[in-house]
Design a protein around this ligand. Structure first.
Ligand code: CDP
Ligand code: MG
Length: 691
C-alpha cells in the first residue's frame, strides 16, 4: 500500500476542526444523575456516552428556552439519549409525546429499535416509529416517537399545531434535506402559536449561529421583553465535546479510474496489512454497492484462507430489515466486518468497531435544472464537510485510518466546503403542494432557511396548475387539489391514481403506483446480465415498463407470493412483498377518497391514459434522425435516452413518457411507457398549448 497511498497534510485530529463560533456550555453545569434504571449493562453503556455529562445542562436549556441547538459528533448519543432524558424529566407525562425526526427511514427504524431495547420495552409501545407506509406506534401509549421529517409534515395536515408533542427534536439538521428545511420553517411558525412547545435542533456539524439567527426573529425578541414568564425565545446553543480518536488520512497519489475497483483493492490491502478492526466503505448506491459486495465475496471465496476472515455487508436505504440487523450485529472473533454503505453511515447511523474508512469521495445527489425542467440523480463529488464526517467514523473505538480514493489536491481544490441544501437543487412540485395544503399561500415568502430559486418555484406552480391541483389564484382546487395532497406520494402519481377512477382502472394503477415508489423490483444482476434480461423478457410488455410491472405482479400473486418464483425470475422478493403492503395501504387511501376500486381487465390503453394524466410533463419524442435512440423532451428539448434496464431499451418507440431521469454518461429515462401523443393535449391542454 505504501506506493499507492500518501498520508495527508490535513490535520490528523480531524474531529476537532469544526464548531466555529459555537457557544460552549460547560459540563460543570451538569451533574450526572445517581439513580439507576433499566438493565445494568445498558445503563453503563449509556453513562459512558459523551452526552451523558450534559444531561442536566440539556434539560435545563430545554426547560428555559423555546429552542435549543445541540451540536455533537456522531456517536456522542444525541439521537438515542436526548429523547430518554426528556422522558425521564417528565416531558412525556399527561399524554404528551416526545418526537424525534430523521431525514432517513432506515435511521428512524434503527434508532427506535435501539432506544426500545435500552428502555427494555417492546418497539411500538412506549417507544415507536412512523415512516411512510409503516406506523409502529400505539396511541395513548407511545411516549417517544421517531419519525421522518416528511411524516411530521403530513401530521400537520391533520393537526396543524402538532398539539400532542411537548418537545420536537429535529435531528440531523446539517443534512438539509428538503423536508428538514420545510419542517424548520413550519415549526418556527407553530412556535409562535404554541409557546409551550420546545424545539431541539441537533446535528453532527451545523452552522449553529445561522440556525440560531433563523429562529430568532425580531418579533420574537420584542415579545420576550414584554412577557415576563415563559421560556426565552433566544435559542440556546450547546456543544457536546466528543472524544473521538485520531484518524490518519491517506490520499491516493493519482486519481483512480474506477472507484468501485479501487475500493475493493483497498479493502483487500487493509485486510492483508493492517491489524484487526472493521472497515466501512462509502460508495454511492445500491448498484455500485452490489458490485463491490459481489467482488469482495468472490475474492474471499477464491482466496481461501487469505481473505476468508472478511464478512461483507451492504447498507443502503432499501435494504430489508433482516439484512439491516446483520450490519449492527457484533463481529465474530477472528473475523473482520466490511460494511459497504451509501452516505447513510456518514452521520445518521452509528456503527461500532469501525477502524478503517474507505471513502470514494462521491454520493448520489439530486440536481434540478428549472430551464430544462429535468431532475437528475447524479453521482457527484461530496463536500469537504462530508469527507470529514466520513473519516471521523474511523475514530470511534481507537485511532483509525481513512483511505480517500481521491488526491489531496482534489480535496483541497475541487471539493466545496459545504454541500448545497437539497431545496436549492430539487424539483419542488411535492414540496409546494404540501405547503399549500397547510394553508400557506405565499410560498416565496414562506420564511425559508435557504430560499429556493424563483424559477424552480414557478415551474412547480405551473406543473401543479396543469395537473389541476392549483387554480388561477394558485390555491388548492377542490376536490382534486386536496385529494392529491392527501395521498402520500409524489403529486404526479397521486393524480394518476385519481384519474384511474374515471378511466375504470384503479386496481391496475394502484399496483403501478406501489411499484413506482420502490427503487426496483429486479434483483441487481450480480454480473448475470444475460439471465436477467431473459427473465425480464418473460414479462416484458410492448407498452413498456408500467405494463410489465402489472405482469410481474400478477405472476407473483399466481405463484402464491413465492420467494423461489422470485429467485428464478430475477425478481426482488423483498421489493415485491413491500409492493403488496404499499398497495394495500394505497387501496385504503383510495377508498377513503371515494375512488371505486375497479379493474380494466388488462385494457392497457386506459392504464396508459391514466399514467399520462399524471406524467404528461415527462413526455418525449424519438429523434428519428439520431439513429442512436436519442429522444427529446417535448417541453425542454433535452436529449434523453431509454435506460438499459427498461424493457423498451433498443425498442425505441416514437412517443414515450418516463418516470424519472438518472444521469451517468447520458441522461437516461427510467420506467418508460409508450403513449399516443394526442393524449397529451387531452389531459394537459394548458401545458402543451404552445406545441
Ligand atoms: O446521535 P448520535 O450520533 O450522537 O449517537 P447515537 O445514535 O445516539 O448513538 C449513541 C451510541 O448508541 C452509539 O455509540 C452506539 O454505541 C449505540 N447505538 C447502538 O449500539 N446501536 C444503534 N442502532 C444505535 C446506537
Ligand atoms: Mg444521531
Amino acid at each position: 500500500m505504501a506506493q499507492f497511498w500518501k498520508p495527508g497534510a490535513d490535520k490528523p485530529r480531524i474531529l476537532e476542526d469544526e464548531d466555529g463560533g459555537v457557544v460552549f456550555v460547560s459540563a460543570a453545569l451538569s451533574s450526572a444523575p445517581t439513580s439507576g434504571f433499566g438493565y445494568a449493562n445498558i445503563d453503563k453503556q449509556r453513562q459512558r456516552l459523551p452526552i451523558y455529562k450534559y444531561r442536566n445542562a440539556i434539560l435545563y436549556l430545554v426547560e428555559t428556552h423555546a429552542t435549543t441547538i445541540i451540536v455533537g459528533e456522531t456517536g456522542s448519543g444525541k439521537t438515542t439519549q436526548i429523547p430518554q432524558f426528556l422522558k425521564e424529566a417528565g416531558w412525556a407525562e399527561g399524554g404528551r409525546v416526545i418526537a424525534c425526526t430523521q431525514p432517513r427511514r432506515l435511521a428512524v427504524q434503527a434508532v427506535a429499535s435501539r432506544v426500545a431495547e435500552e428502555l427494555g420495552v417492546r418497539l411500538g409501545e412506549d417507544v415507536g416509529y412512523t415512516i411512510r407506509f409503516e406506523d409502529l406506534t400505539t396511541s395513548d401509549v407511545t411516549k417517544i416517537k421517531f419519525l421522518t421529517d416528511g411524516v411530521l409534515i403530513r401530521e400537520m395536515m391533520e393537526d396543524p399545531l402538532l398539539t400532542k408533542y411537548s418537545v420536537i427534536m429535529v435531528d440531523e439538521a446539517h443534512e438539509r434535506s428538503i423536508s428538514t428545511d420545510v419542517v424548520l420553517g413550519l415549526l418556527k411558525k407553530i412556535q409562535r402559536r404554541r409557546p409551550e412547545l420546545r424545539l431541539i435542533i441537533s446535528s453532527a456539524t451545523i452552522e449553529a449561529k445561522s440556525m440560531a439567527a433563523f429562529f430568532l426573529d425580531r418579533k420574537g425578541r420584542q415579545r420576550v421583553e414584554t412577557h415576563e414568564s415563559g421560556p426565552s425565545k433566544e435559542p440556546a446553543i450547546l456543544s457536546v465535546e466528543g472524544r473521538g480518536f485520531n484518524v490518519r488520512i491517506h490520499y491516493v497519489v493519482e486519481a483512480v479510474a474506477d472507484y468501485v475497483q479501487a475500493a475493493v483493492s483497498t479493502v483487500l490491502a487493509i485486510n492483508d496489512q493492517e491489524p484487526a478492526g472493521d472497515i466501512l466503505v462509502f460508495l454511492t448506491g445500491e448498484d455500485d454497492i452490489g458490485v463491490a459486495v459481489s467482488l469482495l465475496t468472490e475474492e474471499a471465496q477464491a482466496n481461501g484462507n487469505k481473505s476468508s476472515g472478511l464478512i461483507v455487508f451492504p447498507l443502503y436505504s432499501g435494504l430489508p430489515r433482516a439484512e439491516q440487523d446483520l450490519v449492527f450485529s457484533p463481529t465474530p472473533r477472528g473475523k473482520r466486518k466490511v460494511i459497504i454503505s451509501t452516505n447513510i453511515a456518514e452521520t445518521s447511523l452509528t456503527l461500532e468497531g469501525i477502524v478503517y474508512v474507505v471513502d470514494s469521495g462521491f454520493s448520489k445527489q439530486r440536481f434540478y435544472n428549472p430551464i430544462s425542467d429535468i431532475e437528475n440523480l447524479v453521482v457527484a463529488p461530496i463536500s469537504k464537510a462530508s469527507a470529514r464526517q466520513r473519516a471521523g467514523r474511523a475514530g470511534r473505538v481507537r485511532p483509525g485510518k481513512c483511505y480517500r480514493l481521491y488526491t489531496e489536491e482534489h480535496f483541497i481544490n475541487e471539493m466545496s466546503a459545504e454541500g448545497i441544501p437539497e431545496i436549492q437543487r430539487s424539483n419542488l412540485v411535492s414540496c409546494v403542494i404540501q405547503i399549500k395544503a397547510l394553508g400557506i399561500d405565499n410560498i416565496l415568502g414562506f420564511g425559508w432557511l435557504a430560499s429556493p430559486a424563483p424559477e424552480t418555484m414557478i415551474r412547480a406552480l405551473e406543473v401543479l396548475y396543469s395537473l389541476g391541483v392549483l387554480d388561477d389564484d394558485a390555491k388548492l382546487t377542490s376536490p382534486v387539489g386536496f385529494q392529491v395532497a392527501e395521498i402520500p406520494l409524489e403529486p404526479m402519481i397521486s393524480k394518476m391514481i385519481l384519474s384511474s377512477n374515471q378511466l375504470g382502472c384503479s386496481e391496475e394503477i394502484i399496483t403501478i403506483a406501489a411499484i413506482l415508489s420502490l427503487q426496483s423490483i429486479w434483483v441487481s444482476s450480480r454480473g448475470a446480465y444475460k439471465e436477467l434480461d431473459e427473465a425480464k423478457m418473460r414479462f416484458a410488455a410492448a407498452e413498456g415498463d408500467h405494463v410489465t410491472f402489472l405482469n410481474v405482479y400478477q405472476g407473483f400473486l399466481e405463484s402464491g407470493k413465492s420467494s423461489q418464483w422470485c429467485h428464478k425470475n430475477f425478481v426482488n422478493y423483498h421489493a415485491m412483498k413491500k409492493a403488496v403492503e404499499i398497495r394495500e395501504q394505497l387501496r385504503r387511501i383510495a377508498l377513503r377518497l371515494g375512488i371505486t376500486l375497479k379493474s380494466c381487465e388488462r385494457d392497457t390503453e386506459v392504464v396508459r391514459k391514466a399514467v399520462t394524466a399524471g406524467f404528461f410533463a415527462n413526455a418525449c419524442r424519438l429523434d428519428v434522425y439520431s439513429h442512436n435512440g436519442m429522444y427529446k423532451t417535448i417541453r425542454g428539448s433535452q436529449e434523453v435516452h431509454i435506460h438499459p434496464s427498461s424493457v423498451l431499451f433498443r425498442v425505441n418507440p416514437k412517443w414515450v413518457i418516463y418516470h424519472s431521469i438518472v444521469l451517468t454518461d447520458r441522461q437516461y429515462m427510467r420506467n418508460v411507457m409508450t403513449i399516443d401523443p394526442s393524449w397529451l393535449t387531452d389531459v394537459a391542454p394548458h401545458f402543451y398549448q404552445h406545441q
